[in-house]
Design a protein around this ligand. Sequence first.
Ligand SMILES: NC(=O)c1ccc[n+]([C@@H]2O[C@H](COP(=O)([O-])OP(=O)(O)OC[C@H]3O[C@@H](n4cnc5c(N)ncnc54)[C@H](O)[C@@H]3O)[C@@H](O)[C@H]2O)c1
Length: 261
Amino acid sequence: MTAPHTVTSLDLGGRTALVTGAASGIGRACALRLAAAGAKVRAVDRDARGLDALTRAAPTAAGAVEPHVLDLTDLDAAEDLAAGTDILVNNAGLQLVRPIEDFPPDVFHTVLTVMLEAPFRLIRGALPHMYAQGWGRIVNLSSVHGLRASAYKSAYVAAKHGLEGLSKTAALEGAPHGVTSNCVNPGYVRTPLVEAQLADQADAHGIPAERVLTDVLLKDSALKRLIEPEEVAEAVAYLCSPPASFITGTSLVLDGGWTAH
Ligand SMILES: NC(=O)c1ccc[n+]([C@@H]2O[C@H](COP(=O)([O-])OP(=O)(O)OC[C@H]3O[C@@H](n4cnc5c(N)ncnc54)[C@H](O)[C@@H]3O)[C@@H](O)[C@H]2O)c1
C-alpha cells in the first residue's frame, strides 16, 4: 500500500523532540513526521549511515533533524542527551528469536538495556525540563508483544511488558506536571527488524521462510497485511497533538485485530 495521508494537524514549531532508533523503520518515520510538523528532532541511533540518510531526507524549512550517533547501552550519555526535550519517543529496539534454553544471556541483557533501561534513563533525563514548563509528551514504542507473548521472544516480550509498566508509571507521575506518557502498540510493521527475523522464525518453527509471514507473523491478525511505518508515526503524532491531551497511561493498539481474539 502507499503511505497514508497525514490526518493529524500538528504544529510543533518551537518544540524539541528526541527519537531513538531514528536511522531506520518506525523511528525514521517518526523523526520525519515530527520534523514535518516543525519540531527540531534529535535523531538518535548507533547507525551513523542511517542517520546521514535520514538527515538528507528530512525537510529543512520546517523542523530540522539533528543526528546524534549513540549506542543506547551508554546509559549516562542517553540520559544527558534527553535534557531539554519536550517530546520523547522511545523507539530503538532489537530482536532475537530463540527458545529460552538457547537464548544467550548476554543478548537478553542487551535487549533489556536498550529497550527498557535506556527508556527509563531517557525519561529521567527529559522530565526536569518537561515539569519546569508544564508540558511534555512521552511516547513509548511498545508492541502487541507488550500485551501478548509469542514463543521464542523471551527478551523482547519481557522488555515490552516492562516498558508498558514504565510508561504507566511515568503517566501517573507526569500528570500533575502536564506530561503525558503512552505506548503505541503495532502488530508487524514493514521494517528491516521484521525482514531480518523471517529466516530466524523459519528455523525456530521448522517451516520454509516464505510461509513465515502468513503462518506465523499474520496468523492472529484479522487484517492480513503488514502495517507501514508511516501509519505508526501518524499515531505518534496524534499523541503529541492538542486533541490527545487527555490520553495518558494507555496503549494505542494498531494490531489489525490481533488482540481482538
Ligand atoms: N517492525 C515491527 O513489526 C514492530 C512491531 C511492533 C513494535 N516494533 C517496535 O518498534 C521499534 C522500532 O522497530 P523497527 O521495526 O523500526 O526496527 P528497525 O530495526 O528498523 O530500527 C531499529 C533501530 O534501532 C536502532 N538501535 C538498535 N539498538 C540500538 C542501540 N543499542 N543504540 C542505538 N540505536 C539502536 C537500530 O540501529 C535501528 O536503526 C522497536 O522498539 C520495535 O520493538 C516493531
